[in-house]
Write a protein that binds this ligand. Structure first.
Ligand SMILES: [Zn+2]
Length: 58
């Protein structure tokens, strides 16, 4: 699941990040995402939730 406050590079939350490797930046520590990045993730998460409700068992 996408974490709105996750790392700017790889979306992983601070508590479970430690050191990660990504093709873009190699090994890195958790990086504070920008406000715009957090908002975009929250909107994406809300959209995904609405989609799953509309297409759900109800
Ligand atoms: Zn990261």
């Amino acid at each position: 699941m996408t974490e709105p406050n996750g790392c700017a590079h790889c979306d992983i939350a601070l508590r479970e990040h430690f050191r990660r490797w990504t093709p873009q930046c190699g090994w890195h520590a958790w990086v504070q995402p920008s406000t715009a990045q957090i908002l975009a993730r929250m909107q994406a998460r809300r959209a995904a939730r609405l989609n799953s409700q509309n297409g759900g068992t109800r």
